[in-house]
Design a protein around this ligand. Structure first.
Ligand code: BGC
Length: 766
């Protein structure tokens, strides 16, 4: 028995088990492979298939667990895990059924979508990514794991690492944006945060990287839609974050709903076996997404028995909700459509995960009600969440240094998102207690203190269309639709606006306008709010747009008319306080965009690392040129590029240097730049390094992010930032899908956003 197990047993006894019982069990626990093999030798075929079944908690509520259908299935050994049940007490009750009533007493996995925090909720992942701070991101995942594990959860369906370059897709909010390099760093940080270096720790939980693969590239941005992509694009632009999560040791992978190369991911053997297992060496288990197996019937892949066998043959181990495995695998085995080895292999991987989590040593290790009471939504977790949230905000415009505001005078906070605590946590915040989130108005009052007079009016509903608002405020995320007329709402807002020195307009999307099944074709702020904003601007009072959104929006009109725009995403349970910290200058904004903000929905998909084409517009931006690659009705460039975000201070980049203009395949070059804080605030800057490979055997992007450093600079301070470039930063997948670097000329750019043209060059030689 190794040290980890000894520690596990010591903890085990502390948590209420008698020393005698623990040591008896300790003797029973063998090394993983032996333990799992012994257990499997005692399992019937039905019990094995049962382990592959992952139902939802369904009709289980406290006190009712024993009489539910799910409970009956657990008792009969037909369930491997359950998901989205909240509370250590309920989970303990359900676990008890598995370990006391089922024949082999195999504990269950308990999963949940803890994708940006548990009760202490962090910014939506897209917002979190804008911190560009891997330590903070890892810390957010660790706090999430700490809280979830204290409440019975041992498995999270996160990180969601789908690259997306299409803001029409609502689930862009759940990922880390458009870039493979940044996405990979974040994937790794999240896995490390959830699993730490040891899954058997009480506060580590199993991660599940999703949605494998390419889910973010659904056609027309419509959720669940077809994906059609070249393999070279998959390998270069979309696969890296999944691979990074696998390399970081993610214990499980979730299949995506979409098809890949004409075969649904759930039944795609090339994807699940060749890429994931053979090429990347993944050792954990793969779970389908919700009803992913039966959905293959609608994809046109056959009946339930056929698609279930297809999934197992492809390399899927666990069936979420679909019950295709549970109801058809036995028949498929009898008809030689699947093999017993395939079933055994799947069972083994799931039991391995349970073993790694320490569930065989102590099935109740995550169900300590005392921990649940003392470790969840604590003031220290909330303080960290507030700090992280403030770092995720992106200042998009700040004319004449209008922000930060003074904590004095009369401040009008107007808009349907101003007093909307139910919406602050954003999408997929299953465990959040929405009632406890801090609204903008509450945060402004708290941070402004007694020196300022804070007034509030709703001003408008989310949209004129009540039916639209209903779709956009599901799952309890109400905006309390006001039944007054639009004219009455506006009149009240204007009255307050006219009494004030400054207006904070809290506008944008509601939380459920992004996320799953919330695709949009129109990327503007809803019309009722646009009208409100223009009316507020007409008062002549200074207006700050405090924007809420789960995706890049089209903000051309707002950018032209509003002096200051602070994009706050959905910043989590502490949103209001974090936003107020930034508005009043307690925190200097340092977030940088991780997705391009288009000027028009017609530019989508839009991303910074595009190719040049044979007819580039070059430096003619803004001028139309016939027979060049451009539009007759819009510019090519976005409104706000990837990597962009303002600060209350300014940063100057100078003295860009490269250690040599030649590099060999085994060599390295250093690129350095001096960054000076030239403004009047201390601040943080994300220094970004991009590389362009000028000539290749395949066409190469105009720029690719290959490094970044977030640095803090006091006002007036200068720092030299150095990046090392080795062959790794120059490699890409060629048309044979080999990961290679090719000799030739490279350009290196360093700056504060992707549109920097501050560059040096070097040549790579064999
Ligand atoms: C989503 C997944 C999620 C699962 C379980 C599905 O609808 O696509 O991201 O993990 O539900 O809640």
């Amino acid at each position: 028995m190794n040290n980890k197990l000894i520690i596990a047993f010591l903890c085990f006894s502390l948590f209420g088990y008698s020393q005698k019982k623990a040591s008896k069990k300790a003797v029973a626990i063998k090394a993983k492979s032996e333990f799992v093999a012994d257990l499997m030798a005692r399992m019937t075929l039905d019990e094995k298939i049962g382990q592959l079944n992952l139902p939802t908690s369904g009709d289980i509520t406290t006190g009712a667990a024993n009489s539910s259908n799910v409970a009956k299935n657990i008792e009969e050994g037909k369930v491997g895990g359950l998901f989205n049940i909240k509370s250590a007490e309920k989970i303990r009750e359900v676990q008890k059924i598995a370990v006391e009533k089922s024949r082999l007493k195999i504990p269950l996995l308990f999963g949940m979508d803890v994708i940006h925090g548990y009760e202490t909720t962090f910014p939506i992942p897209l917002g979190l990514s804008c911190t560009w701070d891997m330590k903070l991101i890892e810390r957010s995942a660790q706090i999430a794991a700490q809280e979830a594990s204290a409440d019975g959860i041992n498995w999270t369906f996160s990180p969601m690492v789908d690259i997306s370059r299409d803001p029409r897709w609502g689930r862009i909010s759940e990922g880390s944006g458009e870039d493979a390099f940044l996405g990979s760093q974040i994937a790794k940080a999240m896995v490390n945060g959830y699993q730490q270096d040891d899954l058997s720790k009480n506060n580590s939980i199993l991660s599940c990287v999703k949605h494998f693969a390419l889910y973010g590239a659904s056609e027309a941005g419509r959720d669940y839609n077809t994906v059609d992509m070249s393999r070279i694009k998959m390998y270069n632009d979309y696969f890296p974050p999944y691979k990074a999560a696998v390399d970081a040791g993610a214990g499980s992978v979730m299949a995506s709903f979409n098809e890949v190369d004409g075969i649904p991911a759930t039944g795609n053997k090339w994807l699940m076996t060749e890429v994931l297992r053979n090429q990347w060496g993944f050792k954990g288990f793969v779970v389908t997404d919700y009803t992913g197996i039966p959905e293959m019937m609608a994809h046109g892949m056959g009946d339930l028995q056929t698609v279930s066998a297809l999934a197992l043959n492809a390399g899927i181990e666990m069936d979420m909700v679909g019950e295709g495995f549970l109801t058809t695998l036995k028949k498929s085995l009898a008809e030689n459509k699947v093999t017993v080895e395939q079933i055994d292999n799947a069972v083994r991987l799931i039991l391995n995960a349970k073993y790694d989590l320490g569930l065989f040593q102590d099935p109740y290790k995550y169900c300590d009600v005392k921990r649940a009471k003392s470790e969840i939504f604590t003031s220290s977790n909330r303080l960290e969440a507030r700090e992280i949230a403030s770092q995720s905000l992106v200042l998009l415009k700040n004319e004449k240094q209008f922000l930060p505001l003074k904590k004095s005078g009369t401040i009008a906070v107007i808009g349907p998102l101003a007093d909307a605590k139910e919406n602050m946590a954003g999408t997929w915040s299953v465990a959040t207690n929405m009632d406890k989130s801090i609204s903008l108005i509450a945060g402004i009052k708290e941070v402004a203190g007694s020196g300022a007079n804070v007034l509030y009016a709703k001003g408008s509903n989310l949209d004129y269309d009540a039916a639209f608002e209903e779709k956009a405020t599901m799952f309890g995320k109400t905006l309390h639709r006001d039944t007054r007329t639009s004219a009455d709402l506006l009149a009240e807002a204007l009255k307050i606006a006219n009494q004030s020195d400054v207006i904070l307009a809290a506008l944008g999307e509601s939380a459920e306008m992004s996320g799953e099944s919330s695709s949009r074709t129109n990327l503007e702020i809803p019309q009722a709010q646009k009208d409100l904003l223009q009316a507020l601007l007409k008062t002549g009072k200074p207006v700050v747009l405090v924007l809420f959104t789960g995706r890049p929006l089209v903000l051309v009109e707002e950018n032209e008319t509003v002096p200051a725009i602070l994009n706050t995403w959905f910043a989590g349970s502490e949103a209001g306080s974090a936003i107020a910290d930034v508005i009043f200058g307690n925190e200097n904004p340092s977030g940088k965009l991780t997705t391009t903000f288009p000027r028009s929905v017609g530019q989508v998909p839009i991303y910074y690392s595009h190719k040049n084409t044979g007819r580039p517009l070059g430096n003619q931006e803004g001028k139309f040129e016939k027979f060049k690659s451009n539009y007759i009705d819009e510019r090519n460039e976005p409104l706000y590029p990837f990597g962009f975000g303002l600060s209350y201070t300014t940063f100057d980049y100078s003295n860009l240097k490269i250690s040599s203009d030649k590099m060999s395949f085994s060599g390295k070059v250093n690129v350095s730049v001096d960054v000076t804080n030239t403004g009047t605030f201390d601040g943080k800057e994300v220094v970004q390094l991009y590389i362009r490979d000028l000539v290749g055997s395949v066409t190469r992007p105009l720029k690719e992010l290959k490094g970044f450093q977030k640095i803090a600079l006091k006002k007036g301070e200068k720092k030299t930032v150095t990046f090392e470039i080795s062959i790794e930063e120059l490699k890409f997948y060629n048309s044979d899908l080999q990961f290679v670097a090719e000799a030739g000329q490279f350009e290196v750019y360093i700056g504060g956003s992707s549109n920097t043209d501050n560059k040096v060059g070097f040549e790579l030689n064999k």
